[in-house]
Design a protein around this ligand. Structure first.
Ligand code: DX5
Ligand code: ZN
Length: 224
């Protein structure tokens, strides 16, 4: 069987919000739309919230692209907002294990809302922290930068972390997505695919000066 192609998840954080609909159309060939929500508490930055997510959903539905709206919540105590993010248009909700003492309950809440639960780890968090919930999630996200800002440099220890989580998922027989976020470009993308990632988030390397279509094509070229 040929290997499954790596899914791409452009982060609209790096897009031009004055032209959001066009910026979304430029990535209509991507599998996921990655939506980065920052609360100014869990991370030292504030991005956007419900109204922008609703707008993304409206464009996606109008264009009938069938893309998966992948919401990365960099939010303290995300339980407080899961219902609202589900209602605003998320298909999947990914929450940080560092952001709640009740990660297992929060994952269950996402499932009960009919959305795909994801868990994410900061670069400094031991991988063991996600093991108890691994059988319950549809997506595991390994951060390859400290969350809060786009355009940061990739942390190379990520490769080994991805290899370990790939092994754990395979041992479980899980087909959960193994996603990596931060500093993904043509070079790191290729090495991440080799390490076992199945889905790559990319902000600044997609929404670059020559536009998102060219950015996506560059990443695909590196992965081919
Ligand atoms: C970082 C966000 C990322 C970010 C990636 O806090 O979670 O999704 O937008 O941006 P790049 O690809 O520029 O590192
Ligand atoms: Zn993200």
């Amino acid at each position: 069987m040929p290997p499954t192609p790596i899914k791409l998840a452009p982060s609209i954080l790096a897009s031009d919000f004055t032209r959001l609909a066009d910026e979304l159309r430029a990535i209509r060939s991507a599998d996921y739309i990655h939506v980065d929500v920052m609360d100014g508490q869990f991370v030292p930055n504030i991005s956007f919230g419900f109204p922008l997510l609703e707008a993304v959903r409206r464009v996606r539905d109008a264009d009938q692209t069938g893309q998966f709206i992948d919401v990365h919540l960099m939010v303290q105590a995300p339980e407080r907002y899961l219902e609202q993010f589900a209602a605003a248009g998320a298909d999947g909700l990914t929450i940080h294990v560092e952001a709640t003492p009740h990660i297992h309950r929060a994952v269950q809440m996402i499932r009960d809302l009919g959305k795909q639960p994801g868990v994410v780890l900061n670069p400094g968090t031991p991988l063991e922290a996600l093991r108890p919930v691994l059988p319950d999630v549809g997506l595991v996200l390994i951060m390859s930068v400290n969350p809060g800002f786009g355009g940061q440099r990739f942390i190379p220890q990520t490769y080994e972390r991805v290899r370990t989580v790939r092994r754990w998922l395979d041992e479980l027989g899980s087909n959960a997505e193994l996603q990596v976020d931060g500093g993904v470009n043509a070079e790191t993308a290729r090495l991440l695919a080799e390490a076992g990632a199945s889905c790559l988030v990319a902000g600044s390397s997609v929404y670059g000066p020559d536009g998102a279509e060219a950015g996506l094509a560059r990443l695909r070229g590196a992965l081919a």
